[in-house]
Design a protein around this ligand. Structure first.
Ligand SMILES: [Zn+2]
Length: 160
């Protein structure tokens, strides 16, 4: 089961994610935290399943330096016609070159700006030329996560 608590995040990054959650609330975006800290064991399982390209220790989630948020499809926010199909809907086609659901797409765009304004990096920017959105719009992470994880290696150790 994914850990959803912001309190499990790295002490030097936690406040940024708390700020993101506050902004999400203030702007009324239908998003909810899905996962924050991820154990090395769970990371290895996701890798084995093909759900992630990172093994245990290779993802900022493993160090409490990233968070994922997903859509709330049954929120009253949505116009019935634009209700997302599932929490991971991006509002685009498979190639991410065409908008299928403009309301969903706009939520992710707004979320991306909000993540950037809060001082984190947004996974929705990781795209190829021609694509409208990156492959991981759910994801936000610390800009300097590789540095932070080394400096505070002691902190995470044992906190699986
Ligand atoms: Zn993530």
């Amino acid at each position: 089961m994914p850990i959803k608590s912001l309190q499990r995040l790295h002490p030097e990054y936690r406040d940024i994610e708390i700020l993101i959650s506050r902004k999400v609330r203030n702007e009324g975006l239908p998003l909810v935290v899905y996962e924050t800290k991820r154990s090395h064991k769970r990371q290895d399982e996701l890798f084995a399943r093909g759900s992630s390209k990172a093994r245990g220790g290779q993802s900022p989630h493993n160090w409490g330096l990233a968070a994922d948020r997903v859509l709330v499809p049954d929120s009253t926010f949505w116009a019935p016609k634009y209700r997302p199909k599932h929490p991971w809907d991006m509002g685009v086609d498979e190639d991410r070159t065409e908008i299928i659901n403009p309301m969903v797409f706009e939520v992710w765009k707004q979320y991306g700006r909000l993540v950037r304004d809060a001082g984190a990096r947004w996974g929705g920017l990781w795209k190829k030329p021609g694509q409208l959105i990156g492959w991981d719009p759910f994801h936000s992470q610390a800009h300097n996560w590789r540095k932070l994880k080394i400096r505070d290696g002691e902190w995470w150790n044992g906190v699986q």
